[in-house]
Write a protein that binds this ligand. Structure first.
Ligand code: URP
Ligand code: ZN
Length: 449
């Protein structure tokens, strides 16, 4: 996708919209020709045959890049409910044209083979897909296999898990090896920051005292488990001179550590997710199905954490908002009815990322439209080297979102297309939606998907 050779140039002129570039939001016209952005301040007569779009009252934005999704993730409770086809459809409906998912090999499996398998699975996606590659152990050939993914696989990031040590988590010495390799090869390492031993001890203590309900999930994974891991990985990354991208940051305590590292000039990037900005831990007091729908790691936190995250997002300490999209059906979530540690971790949201953030961020003046474009698209493009999809710049692929702030929606009880999955944002009113969407210069009709 994106390299289609057309027999005749296809031109689109987006007229009279608010064009959001890296520095400003200004009224103007944007010309697309043959899949690429030709001009972000077009004046004059468009080429013959150009299709015109009236964008008055709408923002013209770089289309969304969601740097953190899990389609058809294998878990002991079965695969997560969206595959690349349905998940990419949901992404497009919500204004996102690029997803970054993961390669998670089985222990004993070659990383390169796992990469090829995952690449094959992603073939039915309707949008751009990139992959972060996760070493889940360190064998003699692991370094070579990871390097091969970078050299031959259009990969430029790894992901390591400090939690989940009994399955996909890495030992500290193996994390160090991954950081060193990434530093040498100019890759970035995404990190799931939670100290495994704190969680495992809490889980054992709670279960042996007979506490089994979903409200034990946040108790077993306190802010301290995240913040300690954040502190540790920053130190390790500094020693290895490796850029790190800290996924789904949820806790106020982590933010100070991240800010200090950034002030020292270390390449430490941070992501949060809509769920941590919008929901709090009172969700775990609800009846089982509702509470289990919000079982994700890290867990939802307090309102004080939410407010600190918003501030960090506005100030640039948090660089991106990804979704960690990983929905499970009610039946899958019920695997944990008598043991909260058996509830598959994750929730869906890829379709609602932009409208939630626009409503709660831009409409409430917490972030500007320029910042909105950065945290939903261009920062991820920069961090993960998606150079030709990095914002509204002439010559880039035309991944463009025409965003109508006057559209209104009340979010449904179940995830669209996944009727067995509870929508954790059900009942919220959101403002704004995709009016037009272009994927590598081709018009996608979100409402027809
Ligand atoms: O709860 C979560 N986050 N599920 C998906 C896997 C992960 O930890 O990112
Ligand atoms: Zn995740």
């Amino acid at each position: 996708m994106g390299n289609t050779q057309r027999l005749k140039p296809v031109n689109y002129l987006l007229q009279n919209g608010i064009i959001v570039t890296s520095s400003k939001a200004v009224n103007g016209d944007l010309l697309i020709s043959d899949g690429r952005i030709v001009s972000c301040s077009f004046t004059g007569q468009p080429p013959e045959g150009t299709t015109l779009f009236d964008c008055s009252g709408c923002y013209i934005l770089p289309a969304g890049i969601d740097p953190h999704v899990h389609m058809a993730l294998e878990t002991p409770s079965g695969r997560s409910a969206d595959d690349f086809y349905s998940g990419s459809k949901a992404a497009l409906r919500g204004g996102t044209t690029t997803l970054i998912d993961f390669v998670t090999p089985r222990r004993g499996q070659s990383v390169w083979e796992a990469f090829l398998e995952r690449q094959q699975e992603a073939k039915n996606a309707l949008c751009n897909v990139r992959l972060h590659v996760s070493p889940v152990e360190w064998r003699e050939t692991t370094g070579y296999e990871l390097t091969r993914c970078l050299a031959e696989g259009e990969v430029n990031s790894f992901k390591v898990y400090m939690a989940y040590r009994n399955s996909i988590g890495l030992e500290e010495s193996d994390i160090q090896k991954t950081l060193r390799l990434a530093a040498r090869e100019k890759a970035v390492v995404a990190v799931h920051c939670e100290v495994d031993s704190i969680i495992v001890e809490n889980q054992k203590r709670l279960l042996s005292a007979g506490f089994t309900a979903p409200d034990c999930h946040p108790k077993s994974r306190p802010s301290k488990a995240e913040a300690e891991a954040v502190g540790k990985i920053i130190q390790m990354a500094e020693e290895a001179s490796c850029p790190v991208y800290l996924v789904h940051i949820s806790a106020r305590e982590s933010l100070d550590l991240i800010h200090r590292a950034q002030q020292k000039g270390l390449p430490v990037y941070a992501e949060t997710c809509p769920q941590y900005l919008l929901l709090n831990d009172s969700e775990y007091q609800k009846p089982y199905d509702q509470a289990a729908a919000c079982v994700m790691s890290p867990p939802l936190r307090t309102d004080a954490d939410r407010e600190a995250l918003w501030q960090a997002l506005a100030e640039g300490i948090i660089n991106t908002v990804g979704t960690d999209h990983c929905p499970f059906t009610i039946d899958q979530k019920r695997k944990g009815l008598s043991d909260f540690t058996k509830i598959p971790n994750g929730a869906g949201g890829v379709q609602f990322r932009l409208s939630l953030l626009f409503t709660e961020g831009v409409m409430k003046n917490r972030i500007s439209p320029v910042r909105f474009a950065e945290v939903t698209s261009t920062n991820a493009a920069r961090i993960f080297s998606l150079e030709e999809r990095n914002g509204l710049n002439e010559g880039n692929f035309a991944d463009i979102l025409v965003w109508d702030p006057s559209l209104r929606e009340t979010l449904p009880e179940r995830l669209p297309g996944l009727e067995d999955c509870i929508n954790i944002y059900a009942g919220r009113s959101v403002s704004g939606g995709a009016k037009h969407l272009f994927l590598s210069g081709d018009e996608v009709c979100p409402e027809k998907l």
